[in-house]
Design a protein around this ligand. Structure first.
Ligand code: GAL
Length: 322
């Protein structure tokens, strides 16, 4: 049992360092990737920790997390590198590309003042890495800060990114090898100031959970539903219910994983901006009925029935050509 909001320890008894994280299920193992923030917090443009890298943990029950190390480390040797400690590397997300068999990591890379606003891409042959950094870019030359990537059952993947200094959240399909984008992005929420997107599919509907834009401080979550990953997205409202619902239980979404029992594991971060390494995790079981998503506080993530849903691996014939 993992107590929501308390320190979570890995199988070696050390605090888990995987903030702004995401899960990837592969061969009956679930991998948790996230920001290793195990350094001192200092006040820069915002409260920050120097880049250490992306941690990976592995589990078969979503409760006991075995450390797999830093699978994409910072590059202190190269001041010009995106992953130099003085920069920002946030919200890593990993997809397995069914066409190439590679594991592709996306992350938000930025300068300390958040003016670079790019996505970075790294590729590995196994989920445990090591991930080889490929470089960074702005999708269709647009600034990109908080983001997520989502892989649909047909193998098509999408990038959702907060753009125009977080005013407008957009979506764009990824290319076949998942290392770039294709076509022009389309608006999901225009001038609505949403970030921290988490996207999942439930039946034939797509759900997107977002936060507002208040930095490390919590604010009300909101979710939207669409018939297709590209939209149109209809805002439904705040999925949180009960005490603390108005501030997302003091946390911010980062990822959502459908589970075999039809519920959804919603991963959130409870940031501690004065000491970011001690930021906490809140994992809640979301329930979907039609277009309604409900999130209630639970004291602990118990993992009961917490099997991740089967991920469909598309056959080559189901590939979309656009
Ligand atoms: C949040 C964002 C985090 C981090 C933080 C910096 O809005 O979701 O990932 O960038 O701002 O203050």
């Amino acid at each position: 049992m993992l107590q929501n909001g308390a320190p979570w320890l890995d199988t070696q008894g050390r605090p888990i360092q995987a903030h702004g994280g995401a899960l990837l299920r592969h061969d009956d193992v679930t991998y948790w990737y996230g920001e290793n923030k195990d350094g001192d917090t200092y006040q820069g443009f915002l409260h920050r920790v120097d880049v250490i890298g992306v941690s990976c943990y592995a589990s078969t029950d979503l409760l006991a997390w075995r450390p797999e190390g830093v699978v994409l480390p910072a590059r202190p040797d190269d001041p010009t590198h995106d992953l130099h400690p003085s920069n920002v590397a946030e919200r890593p997300k990993v997809l397995r590309n069914p066409h190439t068999g590679k594991f592709v990591m996306w992350l938000h890379v930025d300068h300390a003042d958040y003016t670079l606003a790019r996505v970075g891409v790294a590729v590995a042959d196994t989920p445990r890495g090591p991930f080889r950094y490929q470089g960074s870019f702005r999708p269709a030359h647009m600034d990109s800060r908080d983001f997520t990537v989502f892989q649909d059952d047909d193998g098509q993947a999408y990038l959702y990114f907060s753009s125009d200094w977080n005013a407008t959240l957009r979506v764009v399909p990824l290319d076949d090898d998942y290392t770039g984008v294709r076509s022009a992005p389309t608006d999901v929420f225009t001038r609505a100031h949403r970030e921290a997107p988490a996207v999942f599919r439930h039946g034939d509907r797509y759900f997107m959970l977002t936060s507002g834009c208040t930095g490390w401080d919590p604010n009300p979550a909101e979710y939207a539903v669409a018939p297709h990953p590209l939209g149109p997205w209809s805002v439904i409202g705040n999925p949180c219910q009960g005490p603390g619902a108005d501030l997302t239980f003091g946390a911010q979404p980062t990822f959502a994983l459908p589970l075999d029992d039809g519920s959804v594991l919603v991963m959130l971060d409870r940031w501690r901006k004065e000491d970011l390494r001690d930021s906490r995790y809140v994992w809640l079981r979301g329930h979907v009925h039609g277009e309604q998503l409900t999130l209630r506080w639970q004291d602990a993530w118990t993992g009961t029935h917490a099997q991740a849903a089967h991920v469909v691996t598309p056959s080559p014939s189901s590939r979309r050509s656009e």
